[in-house]
Design a binder for this molecule. Sequence first.
Ligand SMILES: [Zn+2]
Length: 307
Amino acid sequence: MRYILLYILIMLSTVLVSAQQVIEAKNWCLSRCDLVGDEKENAELIYLKLANDSIKNYNNSKEILRFPLRIGIVQRDSLDISLKEIRVRQAIYRLNQAFKPVGLLFYIDRVDVILSDLYLEDLSEDLYQPYNDFSDKYRLDSTISLYIFDHKKDFCRVTPLSISCGRTGGFSYVLSRRTNNVVMSKFDLSDQKIMAHEFGHFFGLYHTFEERQFGKDDFDPDKCALVGDRICDTPPDPGAVFEIYVNYSDCEMLGFKNDSGQVYKPLIENYMSYYKPCYMKEYSFTPGQIEVMRTAAHSDLRKRFSR
Ligand SMILES: [Zn+2]
């Protein structure tokens, strides 16, 4: 009898459990993310807002500097905001992932729609005069602006004899007082690298292949802090024009030497290089680059933009 009772109890609990599972499955069906189509994106948007607000409301710490951003969406008419909020928030979220090791965090403080006929490519005309004029006109003195521009329709110029293609993802002066903004192309806003690269410039970093400002870094260890990007843990980089020597699976340049026979081993997956992403590897800044950016961020040039 006791066995029968036990058996009945087991049966009953099984029925209860399975009944509960059925109910749960029904609930699960009701909250599926593809019924209307926008639930998942809306949830993502709320989580991104939460992440943004948690930076905004973060208690001041000497270790972390927080920078409010004014987002300027540049477009030709005021009919609609042509950029989805979630794309901007995702881009800032990725920027913060890149800058976490630096101890700098960014949050969206205000968003302006700026009416202008300028495309990204127009800004670099006449030695960047249109860019300087634009920066002066819309400048906010105490806040870093992130301007997001449309690009011109065609990236390639096709003639009967040649095809040439080019695309600018964004740009920024290196640690300059001239402007206090970073420019991004709407096209490359979701790129893993470009915005972090531009903010790297804004906080004082040069390209790993830099040679125009301070001279070429040609393997002299005594000069690594004086030439090239002036950072010793970024090895000499011949530049992406030689990327044919890069094996992107091993994430390594192979067999390319300078005139003295020294072998180039540049950092392929560094934010400040011009190489493509390596398979399954994340971009990063080196400790030397992080030190430069931290020092720049705590200097008068940049700290005044922090809150
Ligand atoms: Zn650059």
